[in-house]
Design a protein around this ligand. Structure first.
Ligand code: DHK
Length: 151
């Protein structure tokens, strides 16, 4: 009998300053650290039979390289590009070239914040977006991506 090939991991990529979660403006971003979010995301993904590649970088080029890597090595993408969400056409273009489902996630409610956070170049290339639900948003993003991958 042919063996069933293992599903590729989902990529969960995090941009600038998200390494500071837990101590960075907790009233805006909550108290969960990125390590906690990583653990919770992996546990949620396990429940869907999925593995996670969870990463963070403060450098735009790293995020672009990882999105390119996801084209062949990932099944889909959850992306919190931090402030690059609002500025990076290069990340937008990398997302457009991915050809796999993308769920944009933000801890804070961008629509309720400064006008410069109301524009998202990621949202234009994403399948859907989750914002304002804190760390829980990552688990919901895993659920959403799992459902999209089932389709
Ligand atoms: C995280 C950031 O670092 C900000 O630059 C974005 C996003 C919002 C978040 O809410 O997760 O504007």
């Amino acid at each position: 009998m042919p063996s069933k090939s293992k599903p590729l991991p989902i990529y969960i990529l995090n941009g600038p300053n998200l390494n500071l979660l837990g101590s960075r403006e907790p009233e805006v971003y909550g108290t969960a650290t990125l390590a906690e979010i990583s653990r919770r995301s992996a546990a949620r993904a396990r429940g869907h039979g999925l593995k996670v590649s969870f990463r963070q970088s403060n450098h735009e080029g790293d995020l672009i390289d990882w999105i390119h890597e996801c084209r062949s090595s990932g099944s889909g993408l959850i992306l919190n590009a931090g402030a690059l969400t609002h500025t990076s056409i290069a990340i937008h273009d990398a997302c457009r070239a991915l050809g796999k489902p993308i769920v944009e996630v933000h801890l804070s409610n961008l629509a309720a914040r400064e006008p410069f956070r109301h524009v998202s170049f990621v949202a234009r290339a994403a399948t859907g977006s989750i914002a304002g639900l804190g760390a829980h948003g990552y688990e919901l993003a895993v659920d959403a991506l799992a459902a999209l991958l089932e389709e």
